[in-house]
Design a protein around this ligand. Sequence first.
Ligand SMILES: Cc1cc2nc3c(=O)[nH]c(=O)nc-3n(C[C@H](O)[C@H](O)[C@H](O)COP(=O)(O)OP(=O)(O)OC[C@H]3O[C@@H](n4cnc5c(N)ncnc54)[C@H](O)[C@@H]3O)c2cc1C
Length: 456
Amino acid sequence: MSSPKTSIIWFRRDLRINDHPALLAAIESSDQIIPLFILDKQQIEEAGSKLLAYMGQSLRALDESLGNKLHIIEGDQVEVLSTLIKKYGVEQVHISAEYERYGAARDARVEAAGITLVRTGSPYAVAPGRVLKPSDATPYKVYTPFYKAWCTHGWRAPAVTPKKFTCVEPTPEYRAFPDFPMPEGVNVIQAGEAAALKRFKEFSNKALDSYDENRNFAGIDGTSKMGSYLKFGEIHPRTLLAGLGESKAHDTFRKEIAWREFYADVLFNNPMTDVEYYAPKFAQMRYDKPGTQFKAWCEGKTGYPFVDAAMRQLVHEGWMHNRTRMVVASFLVKDLHLEWQLGERFFAEHLVDYDVASNAHGWQWTAGCGTDASPYYRVFNPIEQGRRFDENGDYIRKYVPELAHLSAAEIHEPWLFLDGYSKNYPERIVDHAIERHEALARLQEIKADKPPMPGA
Ligand SMILES: Cc1cc2nc3c(=O)[nH]c(=O)nc-3n(C[C@H](O)[C@H](O)[C@H](O)COP(=O)(O)OP(=O)(O)OC[C@H]3O[C@@H](n4cnc5c(N)ncnc54)[C@H](O)[C@@H]3O)c2cc1C
């Protein structure tokens, strides 16, 4: 009798079993599969503790869906794959394609070592690099035309759920589940595919129809919280898109999913822009060096209530509302005159939904140096933003207990009220009105320079 045909499904940013084309391809190509996750030492060293703890929980959930057959192995990818291929006579290694610098280079290194990777699907509805201008087949640099072309391109319906498949029984040495502890006092969203589907159902029932109206209000649970699930591929964007209709609210949600796809496309076409300025002239701007003000920003002690609430939310929940991500990013770049990469790294350390493309380009957009950027002269006013998007102050009260005794009228400007500082809330580290002028003056300096000659 011939030995069973065996394939590996190598999980990376696709920790789910539903709507998973690469898993289906592995199942179809063999009699049995080895579901594999390789713990990558370099990535682990660089990742934030909240994100790692979340990933550990997500791997447990995936293992449960696989009947406790997930092979978890720490080591070099080439060595791990080569060992399994030899040991089990593996014929094919299946993956979802990766497009970011690190993942793409890792996969290229594996292939250069002689291991063929079968790519099916990606973490996106439309893979980066696919949406091109019909006129000259170049990538889009501006979101709105990208969005239109992305819709025209379209995407497949969600893949079917595999009915029955056989997994190779992992030997004990292949069950190296990581034990990444969640930092004390931190409360992140529940990990795993089942939690993702549950949350999306809840969001669809309760908040999707008012998403366009509520998505900007920081104190309302009005957004999907799909970020971490999409980051780890516990849910696929196709699954989210499949249930959307044509209402304004649904359209707004579809457009947000498209921002994620746009930024992935931009990063794919400009691979260094996770660290470098998309608009190079901004590298010439005068910036300050990080010091005590940067520390105050990180700790949520700037003296600006809306900024501080957001920074504390980030540290305690590994998540921050999109509105406040823009406000704190603007504050770092335009009130503190620091380079966006400093904030980007801090977000990377704390966000559970940290995504290299959306984070770097979210920062560059707010800093005014990214593609399709908010103009640099648009400086978010942290007081007005708070008044507008946290009118009653509930968001601030939740994260800044030193201000919880203040009324809605008082909470956005505690310095105007007698007991504003009675509970030790820090004083403002800068005066927004002054720093706004300073930011605009620095912008003028680089604007005055002539743009470089094409090809120079
Ligand atoms: C400075 C800054 C940094 C950011 N860093 C990240 C990051 O590391 N990871 C990340 O996933 N998003 C990032 N974003 C985008 C956005 O803030 C988050 O995607 C969103 O807040 C996640 O919450 P949600 O899932 O409830 O979003 P929802 O409002 O429910 O949106 C649904 C999904 O659409 C996508 N999306 C929504 N808004 C954006 C956007 N502006 N850009 C790209 N995708 C978007 C996300 O995948 C999100 O999960 C950043 C934005 C800024 C301004």
